[in-house]
Design a protein around this ligand. Structure first.
Ligand code: GLY
Length: 461
């Protein structure tokens, strides 16, 4: 946790940004795996963590814009609970850690909400992603699930985004711890992969590194010889000589901040010549994005730089044809790059995705509906303090190629006969995390993940 002053300052700023009524921030509950007493690892809600830093199930915060009072509600554990859990701090003791003076039980909270309902005070809440919290809000407010969904407070969403999008120096320190641990995970994997291993052998080894920080992985690990599948969570394949191995994984450190990195490396000691060609092109597009990063540029433009580089390179290799700018405008390159170049990162690897990408990444503007571009999570103008990922890639997805070919899609831009030769190639992506600074950008992490061909191959020897 940070010092209490950090949380008080965040709470006070939020109170200034929301005009009237009460603000409710439900923390998360335990999430059972197969019966109530057998839960998954507890993960606090990131917005609750941001304003209060407390990682304990069953808490709900209420900020009253009328009198500026901030309260945390929850039921204290009893001695019977201590028998199983050991002695636990009271909610009042926990609240003091984040500068909150007022605490109460869940019954007290229901009474306060009842009062708000009677007085017709506005009740602000965010979009909810856990059913327990939807049920709680339904119970407290008397609204239906549909009304809860429709009744989220855009004013509150915008307020949270306007705070959490700008990372402070103390947050950057935490994010860099997450990034450094993520680098350790990648270097370990690059060194250890051998033909004959199962993908799972790699996963088990690298996830230990994240757990050893006292935190955990920041999202389900992607460690695969089928890198063409963007979010491949299957780890059952045997790794074979000559293949490419794509790793996309990261660590979340105990304060909740995350790293999110990707690497692609050969299963053998060196890349094949064809693998080198595509890898070099992915690197070129990566560097084009990094070069473009600065305050004021929109991330849509950064993404466009990636797409143009990829399309131009594939044209010179004979896989694409026609005018490169028109091909990208039409979305033909999305056959190879059907996703976005990056996303915001912080307490979530897709930071605040639960609040809506249109608010976090598009300042309230609607996203494109074009295949490929619709998966770009971030499009807005960049500002100092933003933390984001850069991760363009090239993927050969046989099912997508076959579908587009059967539809004669973009035949003016795509050489399907040439593309077919890459059916078993897989996919390549590299990923780094950047901070936007007043005069440009800074690569995050005190450790550097190898990315140049010679750096990667040196680790494979
Ligand atoms: N690196 C995983 C993701 O961006 O979803």
């Amino acid at each position: 946790m940070f010092n209490s002053e950090t949380y008080v300052q965040r709470q006070q700023e939020l109170l200034k940004k929301v005009n009237s009524g009460i603000i409710l921030i439900p923390g998360n509950e335990e999430s059972p795996m197969n019966y109530t007493d057998n839960p998954y690892r507890f993960r606090q809600d990131s917005t609750f963590l941001y304003y209060f830093g407390l990682s304990r199930p069953g808490l709900i915060a209420l900020l009253d814009t009328g009198n500026g009072r901030v309260s945390i509600y929850g039921n204290d554990y009893t001695v019977e609970d201590f028998v199983w859990m050991g002695k636990q701090p009271t909610i009042h003791e926990l609240a003091a850690l984040c500068g909150v003076e007022y605490t109460g039980s869940i019954t007290d909270l229901y009474n306060r909400i009842g009062q708000a309902n009677k007085r017709k005070e506005a009740i602000h809440f965010l979009p909810q992603y856990r059913s327990e919290n939807i049920l709680k809000l339904m119970d407290m407010t008397g609204l239906s699930a549909q009304e809860i969904k429709a009744g989220v407070s855009v004013e509150f969403i915008r307020a949270v985004v306007s705070q959490r999008n700008y990372k402070t120096a103390e947050e950057i320190v935490e994010i860099e711890k997450g990034v450094d641990t993520s680098v350790d995970m990648h270097v370990t994997a690059i060194k250890m992969v051998k033909p004959g291993m199962q993908e799972l052998d790699v996963v088990v080894e690298i996830e230990k590194i994240a757990r050893a920080t006292g935190g955990d992985i920041s999202f389900p690990t992607i460690a695969t010889i089928n890198g063409q599948t963007l979010h491949n969570h299957y780890h059952g394949n045997i790794i074979k000589e000559g293949q490419l191995f794509l790793l996309d994984c990261g660590a979340e450190i105990p304060t909740g901040y995350a790293g999110d990195l990707s690497s692609t490396f050969p299963v053998g000691q060196t890349f094949s010549s064809l693998q080198k060609d595509i890898y070099t092109l992915v690197l070129k597009s990566h560097n084009a994005c990094v070069d473009a990063l600065k305050p004021g540029i929109t991330f849509k433009e950064v993404h466009r730089a990636a797409c143009l580089t990829i399309a131009g390179g594939l044209k010179s290799m004979g896989l694409m044809k026609g005018d490169t700018e028109s091909a990208v405008e039409a979305g033909a390159h999305a056959l190879f790059f059907p996703c976005g170049t990056g996303h915001m990162m912080g307490l979530d690897i897709h930071d605040m995705e639960n609040l809506g990408e249109e608010f976090v990444g598009y300042e309230g503007e609607p996203k494109s509906t074009q295949f490929g571009l619709k998966s770009l999570r971030l499009g807005r103008a960049l500002e100092p303090g933003f933390v984001l990922t850069i991760e363009p890639g090239i993927y050969f997805i046989p099912e997508l190629t076959d579908q587009w070919r059967s539809q004669n899609k973009f035949t003016e831009y795509l050489n399907y006969d040439e593309i077919d030769k890459f059916r078993n190639f897989g996919g390549i992506r590299n990923e780094e995390n950047y901070l936007i600074t007043p005069d440009g950008k800074r690569l995050l992490g005190n450790k550097k993940k190898p990315m140049l061909i010679e750096e990667v191959e040196a680790l494979r020897k």
